[in-house]
Design a protein around this ligand. Structure first.
Ligand SMILES: Cc1ncc(COP(=O)(O)O)c(C=O)c1O
Length: 458
């Protein structure tokens, strides 16, 4: 007998949400210059801006916060984190950092030099930036299916082995300091990488003598998809799958704000002592002493507990099924979404949703603003505004996909909130033909403009 899924926890503390009026939201979004990043959180009813650092902690995590040992060196909280990471990943060496990009900064400081290539599966923005700051070159080797939102593939985060081997063959070994595999692949829409692909990438890396690292922010969600979609793993526990995944690599970079189930934190975990010894220098210079690295003792304790909770099947089942529940409701209503639904977010396809708004008037941003105006729901534009201008011509870049991402925080909202989101979207979808105009930019910085851009309604 297979029982239906349900959250394996009950709610002990609640946080009040303010239900604003349409008039208030119209005033606030105008004051925010139609930039959702500029809204205050009380002005938002359901906040789907990001799943990073926005999750809810458990009573066990809060208890560990109280037990936090704040000794500068050798704290009990560090020991707890060290033992947990070692047990879950098999990696021997641990360097805590303040968050994921701190880990990127430290590791790439010792591995990446000018002109180096770092192949992977669609590196995340900050990862790419850290490689480029060091004048390295991120190389995207993701399978072609990842770029077609209408085809189904169970593991759209997979690496195309031919593309990867081509990079290995055409460049000297010393120009490729590492391969970076992002699990799940955020940029492809939270799409997983299969164990088979991880194993093959690892074998290819070994053949050419190149280390393999994981960008592991959503490693537990990746393990869930392996269990559900790769037959050989259906009877394995999530912890067994996680341990096997990491066994194929040399180390990992972690943004603990996702599958660490904490609001801040990160780390590097490594197999090899040589690399660890090199990394401790920038770690101490930029992050902090080796047994805290930018985190308070209490934060390391909460993270240790969070890592164990995030690698429990029942938790993952309710987390990912909730994301899919929203996706399926939208698909039933024929609201256009990117498929298949990934692990942490729904992506609305603005090109199909509001083709009546000219691209030059930022259709995905227009849809994101409308979702806030009508329902107080905050998502984020992943389209022409985020794509910035061409650095040479200074013309706007219009990417193939114009998306609005709705990222679902972990253990925060109920399925009823998901119903609310679906119904608001249906209301907007039913009147989509009336949308004819969008926005024009009145202020923008030279790069990363989406955070501070100011817009005006046309
Ligand atoms: C795949 C991936 N890598 C790295 C990062 C950076 O982590 P942080 O935001 O903790 O600096 C993120 C953040 O969203 C991410 O999704």
């Amino acid at each position: 007998m297979k029982l239906p899924y349900a959250e394996p926890y009950k709610i002990k503390t609640v946080e009040k949400l303010y239900r604003s009026t349409l008039e208030e939201r119209e005033k606030w979004i105008k004051e925010a210059k139609y930039n959702l990043f500029k809204l205050k959180s009380y002005q938002v009813f359901i906040d789907l801006l990001t799943d990073s650092g926005t999750g809810a902690m458990s009573d066990e995590q809060w208890a560990e916060m109280m037990r936090g040992d704040e000794a500068y060196a050798g704290s009990r909280s560090f020991e707890l984190l060290y033992n947990t990471v070692k047990r879950l990943t098999g990696y021997e060496y641990l360097i805590p950092t303040h968050q994921g990009r701190g880990a990127e900064h430290v590791l790439f400081s010792v591995l990446v030099n000018e002109g180096d290539l770092v192949p992977g599966n669609m590196h995340f923005d900050t990862t790419k930036a850290h490689i480029e700051v060091r004048k390295g070159i991120p190389v995207d080797c993701t399978i072609d299916e990842a770029y077609d939102t209408s085809v189904y593939h169970p593991f759209k985060g997979n690496v195309d082995l031919n593309k990867l081997e081509k990079v290995f063959k055409e460049n000297p070994r010393e120009k490729i300091p590492l391969v970076l595999l992002t699990v799940t692949c955020n940029t492809a829409g939270g799409q997983p990488v299969s164990m088979e692909n991880i194993r093959q990438v690892s074998a290819l890396c070994k053949k050419y003598g190149i280390p393999l690292y994981f960008d592991a922010a959503r490693f537990a969600e990746n393990a869930y998809f392996i269990k559900k979609r790769e037959h050989a793993y259906k009877d394995k526990t999530i912890k067994e799958i996680v341990r096997e995944m990491f066994s194929y690599g040399d180390g990992m970079l972690m943004s603990a704000k996702k599958d660490g189930l904490v609001n801040i934190g990160g780390f590097i975990a490594l197999k090899d002592r040589e690399t660890y010894r090199k990394a401790i220098v920038p770690a101490i210079v930029y992050e902090g002493y080796l047994t805290y690295g930018g985190m308070a003792g209490r934060d390391m304790g909460a993270l240790a507990v969070g890592l164990d909770e995030a690698t429990e099947f029942d938790y993952l089942e309710s987390r990912i099924r909730q994301v899919h529940y929203l996706g399926l409701r939208l698909m039933e209503m024929e609201v256009p979404v990117q498929q298949p639904i990934g692990g942490h977010a729904i992506y609305l396809d603005a090109n199909r949703f509001v083709p009546t708004i000219p691209r030059e008037q930022f259709r995905a941003q227009s849809l994101a603003v409308e979702l806030y105006r009508v329902g107080g729901i905050r998502g984020v534009e992943i389209g022409a505004i985020m794509a910035d201008r061409d650095p040479v011509t200074r013309e706007n870049r219009f990417p193939k996909l114009e998306l609005v991402r709705l990222a679902i925080p972990r253990r925060v909202y109920t399925d009823n909130h998901m119903n609310y989101v679906a119904e608001v979207l249906k209301m907007i979808y039913d009147t989509r033909h009336e949308a004819k105009t969008g926005y024009r930019i009145v202020y923008e910085p030279p790069i990363l403009r989406h955070f501070s851009v100011e817009l005006e309604k046309i």
